[in-house]
Write a protein that binds this ligand. Structure first.
Ligand SMILES: C[S@@+](CC[C@H](N)C(=O)[O-])C[C@H]1O[C@@H](n2cnc3c(N)ncnc32)[C@H](O)[C@@H]1O
Length: 239
């Protein structure tokens, strides 16, 4: 475990040689400001379907529960989260989470042991397997997608143009995708699938990206045509 800047612990993957979160932005803080808060600033539905790619330590799922409990206690949340690493998920009942997640101790235990957790307002499924296969099952389903795979250089299969084509198919028209990646190749892969691209900028964290299939007024738009004209050789990742 690694202590990150906001006082919450994250972990380091020896396989991918990368931390699960930005240690500088802080694990819980990153989850809230790069994914959960921008997503719920746009999506106002009473019932929300979320694709959380990938479950990892579960911060994005748990931060969603936290944010909604504090701000939208009656919202119904359906979270779908693939994760390849079965041993990681099984180990999470012993992970040291921030005190903000204490109230979700039962959720953490149930997901770690059984992979499914349901009560009146929440339904969470952690699918143990490959996200590439998992996302193909869904069409016009998700209001929110948290794109939080390891970086494009270490886990390229979860950042290609073809991958984002499947993601797009799984999303509703009025939906939003959030990601920490500001790489031009990532934005290009999304743009080539018809997404509008926006900068998620704020105090206390590095810039991130928001993508949507409809125009958003809440964020600064990235002028992709201009950037493409300045980077004529740039290409998105491909399968
Ligand atoms: C950066 S971490 C996710 C962090 C997580 N969102 C959180 O908040 O704790 C990336 C995760 O992707 C998982 N992963 C890598 N390739 C995958 C794949 N093809 N399908 C599903 N999960 C995958 C890794 O095992 C790792 O747990």
């Amino acid at each position: 475990m690694t202590l990150s800047e906001d006082g919450s612990y994250t972990a380091y993957s020896k396989e991918y040689e990368e931390h699960y979160h930005s240690t500088r932005d802080g694990a819980l803080h990153e989850s809230l400001v790069k994914h959960v808060i921008p997503a719920f600033n746009v999506i106002k539905e009473d019932e929300v379907n979320i694709l959380d790619i990938c479950y990892g330590l579960g911060f994005n799922t748990l931060a969603t529960l936290l944010h909604c409990k504090r701000n939208f206690p009656n919202k119904k949340l359906n979270i779908y989260s693939p994760e390849l690493d079965t041993l990681l998920v099984k180990s999470l009942e012993n992970f040291t989470y921030p005190p903000e997640f204490d109230e979700f101790r039962d959720v953490i235990l149930t997901l770690s042991r059984e992979g499914v957790c349901k009560d009146k307002n929440i339904s969470i499924e952690v699918f143990l397997g490959d996200a590439r296969e998992y996302i193909k099952k869904f069409e016009n389903k998700f209001d929110i997608v948290y794109q939080d795979a390891f970086s494009p250089s270490t886990n390229p299969m979860l950042w290609t143009q073809e991958y984002f084509a499947d993601i797009k198919k799984s999303m509703k028209q009025n939906s939003i995708l959030t990601t920490y990646s500001i790489a031009f190749a990532t934005r290009l892969a999304l743009y080539k699938n018809g997404f509008f691209l926006y900068i998620n900028r704020g105090d206390g964290f590095r810039d991130a990206t928001v993508a949507s299939l409809h125009e958003l007024s809440e964020f600064y738009k990235v002028d992709m045509e201009h950037k493409i004209s300045c980077n004529k050789d740039a290409q998105p990742l491909r399968d």
